[in-house]
Write a protein that binds this ligand. Structure first.
Ligand SMILES: Nc1ncnc2c1ncn2[C@@H]1O[C@H](COP(=O)(O)OP(=O)(O)OP(=O)(O)O)[C@@H](O)[C@H]1O
Ligand SMILES: [Mg+2]
Length: 372
């Protein structure tokens, strides 16, 4: 898989940017606040229709404008595809919501069907949030990865989220009438989600361990563990567990008005050297662990789809010493990599054939094609 062209229109501080990343390493070089991360963000938007950092879609629209657009041309399995994601601020009179339109090859497309057309993995400074933030950040990492390998998982997650919402609404009426049907949904969808996430964590752990070993120079083993709300070896066992737990906790749920059982309560444990990275990890350790997870994601995507995702590294080199930088670049042979750096000195001779773009005040210009 290769991203051959990227266009940003009224996206963050980019009025109109067109870039053609190279097949190998592409560098976006520039000072702080010039628009480098926004370019990687745009790639993620084309891949998933969501920003990895914006809390609201409106943040991506250039201030003062009322729409933004990202267009990506992708070469996949010898075929060219075009992805277009547009955000438009609706009339303030009707609430001023931001609407989103996705098109693949000109055809209006739902988010679930967008996944897979462009596979990308972003590693960057926001990854510390996944370690230190609330469990929903970690669940989102797993869900996004699973959605990228299977649209049916995305539909399951959507149905589950709706079920929790409606069940909570019912719980708040303090009446148990009609709850049984919702319990069944929580139990059966919850079991599917638990199995898929648990398997995914096992695969990330298996791929991530040797990578973290290399990145931490073997000083401490990486520990990834899924912490599920439902217990059981397989789907039927998980479903039974959920039914029983829901029955047992119903009085408490009715009193509090929320669903207390199911995978919306799950978490992912991230540890290194036997310690919880969330409380005991240094920032460097946290970023290194997440980088190992991101590189493991790449392996999973490749295994599942037969395609190499586009790797996006935002300021990642900054956090690595020379030896680890060399390791990282070594892993990336044969993969399309797009990364941001504040100065070319950082990358030096590590990527002699890189395609280089200078980013300044939301404008992007090609630089000499070869570093020496
Ligand atoms: N909606 C928006 N409209 C206009 N400008 C925006 C919008 N959102 C963010 N910006 C600005 O865009 C600029 C570029 O942000 P970006 O995160 O891409 O910078 P960067 O080059 O990655 O910087 P750094 O090296 O500090 O990470 C910032 O000055 C930011 O304030
Ligand atoms: Mg940045």
């Amino acid at each position: 898989m290769r991203l051959t062209h990227l266009r940003l229109v009224q996206f963050r501080n980019h009025r109109h940017t067109d870039v053609a990343p190279g097949p190998g390493v592409t560098l976006f070089v520039g000072g702080n606040a010039q628009g480098k991360s926004s370019l990687l963000e745009a790639v993620q938007v084309a891949a998933t229709a969501r920003s990895p950092r914006a809390r609201h879609d409106a943040e991506m629209i250039t201030l003062g404008a009322d729409w933004a657009r990202v267009r990506a041309a992708v070469e996949r399995g010898g075929r060219d595809e075009e992805i277009d994601v547009a955000f438009r601020r609706e009339d303030p009179a009707t609430g001023g919501r931001v609407g989103r339109k996705i098109r693949v090859n000109g055809v209006p497309t739902r988010r679930a069907e967008l996944f897979g057309h462009l596979l990308s993995v972003l590693a960057g400074p926001n990854d510390t949030e996944i370690v230190t933030g609330g469990p929903h950040f970690r669940r989102r990492l797993l869900d996004l990865l699973l959605a990228q390998v299977s649209p049916s998982y995305y539909y399951t997650i959507l149905r589950y989220a709706r079920t929790v919402l409606q069940r909570n609404r019912l719980l708040r009426t303090r009446s148990a009438q009609g709850l049984d049907a919702w319990d069944e949904q929580i139990a059966s969808l919850g079991a599917v989600i638990t199995v898929r996430r648990r398997d995914m964590v096992a695969r990330l752990a298996a791929f991530g361990a040797p990578i973290y070993d290399a990145l931490s120079l073997g000083r401490e083993p990486l520990d990834l563990e899924y912490l599920p709300s439902l217990r059981g070896g397989d789907e039927p066992a998980l479903t039974t567990f959920a039914r029983e737990a829901l029955a047992r906790r119903r009085p408490e749920e009715l009193a509090r008005g929320i669903t207390l059982v199911g995978p919306h309560r799950d978490d992912l444990y991230l540890g290194a050297g036997g310690r919880d990275l969330r409380t005991f990890g240094s920032r460097g350790q946290q970023l290194t662990a997440l980088l190992a997870v991101r590189l493991a994601e790449r392996r999973v995507l490749w295994e599942e789809t037969g395609e190499e995702p586009v790797m996006l590294f935002d300021d990642v080199l900054l956090t690595l010493d020379e030896e680890r930088q060399a390791y990282l670049m070594d892993c990336m042979r044969g993969v399309q990599v797009i990364m941001t750096v504040t100065t070319l000195a950082l990358i030096g001779a590590r990527a002699p054939d890189a395609t280089v773009f200078r980013v300044e005040a939301g404008m992007v210009a090609a630089e000499r094609a070869h570093l020496s």
